[in-house]
Design a binder for this molecule. Structure first.
Ligand code: ZN
Length: 517
C-alpha cells in the first residue's frame, strides 16, 4: 500500500538526463551547480537500463504480473517469473524464504557492502480492470487487479539488480546486491517474518521502491505500526426458535466485542486507526452460531500500539464473558513497526533521482492520462508530470495513517524508498483507475526510471564507504535510542492459506482472457 503521494514539485530537469552522460570511460567532472559526477560504473548501469529492448523486456514482465493479478501469499506465477529472471541472469536464488513459498532472495556478487533491494508483487481483491482503458471496465468482474502498481515494483528491483550485476562483472566491483522478493505487502505479512528469519542480518543498507504519480523520495517516520489479529469465539449451537436458551452464540461475542472497541475509540491516543471485518458468523439465522471470528487491524505509533492491542484484547474477553462463550483463538497474522526512512539514504537516492530525471512521455501516453483524469473528474488535468519531486521532509506532526511492512525493514537496516512514476496523477490507489494506469508503456518507462535510480544508488553505496558509514551511524543512533524487538509473538506463523480460496476461484478465469488491449 502506498502511504504518500508525491506531488509535482519544482526541480526542473531535462528529459533523459542520462543521454547527457554518454561518456562511459571516465568520470565526468562538473561544476558545483551542474550535474553530479557520474562514475564509469554508474554510467554502465544507466546505459544498460536505457537499452530499448530491456525497457520492453522488463515492461513485459510487469505486464505479465499485472495480468496474473495474484493476491498476497498466492503469487506463485509472479514470484516464479521474477525469481527465474534473476536466476537466468546469474543470481543465486533462495526460493521459499522465511517459510513462505512465494518469498525469495536473489543474490549476486561477493563481500561487503551488502545492499538489498525490496520488491513486491501482490494484487488487490475486486479491482479487475482492463489496462489503459480510461473508464471502469473489468476483465473478469470481481477478480483481483493491480491497484497499487506492485506489478511494476519487484520488476524494477530485478532490473536494477541485474544492471548492478553488469557493473560488478565489468569492473570486478566488490560488493553484493540482493533482491528481496516480498509477498503479501497489501496484508502487511511478509517483512516481519523475513526479519525474524534473519534474511537482513548481513545487509548494510536497503532500497525500497513504490510506483507513484511522481518521482521522489523522503525520510523520517512514515505510517503507523499495525497488529493484524484474528479473534475467534466458540459457543454452543441450538435451535434459534425452539430452544435458544440452551445455546451460546459466538456471533454475540463478536458483536459485543465490536461494540466495546467502538466505545474504546474515544479513549485512544489520536494517532490510532482501528478497523475490522467479520470473517465467520454462522450460516443460517435459525441455528445459533457456535463459531464466529473477527479480523482486526490495530494501528498506532510504535509507542502506543502494544497498549492499544491489550485494550482491544480486553474487549474480546468482555465479548466472551458477556455471551457465555469462549475466546478460543487469538491469532496474529502479522505485526509491524512504523517506518522510519533513513535521511542519509534518502539524500543519496534523491541525487540519483535528479540525475535520472522524469522519463519523456509520448502523445498516446499523455492522451490516456488526460482521458483518465477527465473520467475521474480529477483536479489533475495536465496528464503525466514533467519534473521530479523535491526531497520530502518528515511532517512536523504525525497524525497516524496507513501502514507498510517495509516499516519492519527500516528498523533492522538503513532504508529509504524510491517512489517512481508511471501511475497517472489523479488515479486513485486501490481503485480500478490505478489498475488501468499500471499497465503498458507508461508503467514500463516509470519502472525503468525507478530501476535506474536504484541501480545508481547501489553503485554509490558500493563506491562511497564514507557515505555508507554516515548512513550506518544515523541508523545506529536511532537503534540505540529505540532498540528493535519484533512485535510478533514467538508462535506466530505466516498465513500461507491467505487468499487461497479467492485465487482458486479467479486464477483460471483470468488465464482464459486475452489481456492485451
Ligand atoms: Zn502498495
Amino acid at each position: 500500500m502506498r502511504l504518500r503521494i508525491f506531488r509535482t514539485a519544482g526541480i526542473v530537469l531535462a528529459f533523459c538526463a542520462v543521454i547527457m552522460f554518454s561518456a562511459v570511460d571516465e568520470a565526468v567532472a562538473v561544476s558545483k551547480d551542474a550535474k553530479p559526477k557520474v562514475t564509469k560504473e554508474k554510467q554502465t548501469v544507466l546505459d544498460w537500463l536505457a537499452q530499448p529492448q530491456l525497457v520492453e523486456k522488463f515492461g513485459k514482465i510487469s505486464d505479465a504480473i499485472w495480468s496474473y493479478a495474484e493476491l498476497g501469499m498466492q503469487e506463485f506465477n509472479s514470484s516464479k517469473l521474477l525469481a527465474d529472471t534473476l536466476e537466468q541472469a546469474g543470481f543465486t536464488v533462495e526460493r521459499g524464504a522465511a517459510g513462505m513459498p512465494t518469498c525469495f532472495v536473489a543474490t549476486y556478487g561477493s563481500g561487503k557492502p551488502v545492499i538489498g533491494i525490496l520488491g513486491e508483487f501482490d494484487a488487490l481483491p475486486m479491482l479487475s480492470q482492463k489496462g489503459r482503458v480510461p473508464r471502469q471496465d473489468p476483465i473478469v468482474a470481481g477478480a483481483p487487479g493491480h491497484g497499487c502498481g506492485h506489478n511494476t515494483m519487484c520488476t524494477a528491483a530485478a532490473a536494477a539488480a541485474i544492471a548492478v550485476k553488469e557493473a560488478i562483472d565489468k569492473f570486478k566491483l566488490p560488493g553484493t546486491v540482493k533482491v528481496f522478493g516480498s509477498p503479501a505487502e497489501e496484508t502487511v505479512v511478509s517483512r516481519p517474518y523475513m526479519v525474524r528469519a534473519g534474511l537482513f542480518k548481513d545487509v548494510d543498507a536497503v532500497i525500497d521502491n513504490h510506483s507513484s504519480h511522481g518521482f521522489g523520495t523522503g525520510y523520517g517516520k512514515n505510517g503507523n505500526a499495525i497488529f493484524s489479529v484474528i479473534f475467534r469465539f466458540k459457543g454452543k449451537t441450538a435451535h434459534s426458535a425452539g430452544a435458544p436458551w440452551t445455546g451460546r452464540s459466538a456471533l454475540d461475542a463478536v458483536e459485543i466485542m465490536n461494540v466495546a472497541t467502538n466505545f474504546l475509540r474515544e479513549h485512544l491516543f489520536y494517532t490510532y486507526r482501528l478497523h475490522y471485518i467479520v470473517i465467520e458468523g454462522g450460516e443460517a439465522p435459525n441455528v445459533v452460531p457456535d463459531k464466529a471470528g473477527v479480523w482486526y487491524y490495530i494501528r498506532n505509533t510504535d509507542e502506543e500500539v502494544e497498549d492499544m492491542y491489550q485494550r482491544v484484547l480486553n474487549c474480546a474477553k468482555a465479548g466472551a464473558l458477556a455471551s457465555g462463550t469462549e475466546l478460543s483463538e487469538v491469532k496474529f497474522v502479522s505485526a509491524v513497526h512504523q517506518g522510519n526512512s533513513n535521511k542519509g539514504m534518502a539524500e543519496l537516492i534523491n541525487k540519483n533521482i535528479e540525475l535520472v530525471g522524469m522519463p519523456p512521455w509520448n502523445d498516446e501516453e499523455q492522451a490516456f492520462a488526460k482521458a483518465l483524469q477527465k473520467e475521474l473528474g480529477s483536479k489533475e488535468t495536465g496528464g503525466l508530470p514533467s519534473a521530479v519531486e523535491k526531497l520530502r521532509e518528515p511532517s512536523a506532526v504525525f497524525v497516524g495513517g496507513g501502514s507498510s511492512d517495509v516499516g519492519e525493514v527500516t528498523r533492522v537496516a538503513p532504508t529509504a524508498s524510491v517512489q517512481f512514476p508511471g501511475q497517472v496523477p489523479g488515479s486513485i490507489d486501490h481503485h480500478w483507475s490505478s489498475v488501468a494506469s499500471n499497465y503498458g508503456t507508461t508503467a514500463w518507462k516509470g519502472l525503468n526510471a525507478g530501476a535506474k535510480a536504484m541501480a545508481a544508488s547501489v553503485i554509490d553505496l558500493f563506491q562511497k564507504p564514507e557515505e555508507l558509514k554516515k548512513i550506518r551511524e544515523e541508523f545506529d543512533k536511532y537503534e540505540k535510542e529505540h532498540p528493535y524487538k519484533s512485535f510478533l509473538p514467538e508462535d506466530a506463523k505466516p498465513p500461507l492459506d491467505l487468499n487461497k480460496e479467492l485465487m482458486d476461484k479467479y486464477r483460471g478465469l483470468l488465464q482464459k482472457i486475452d489481456i492485451i488491449h
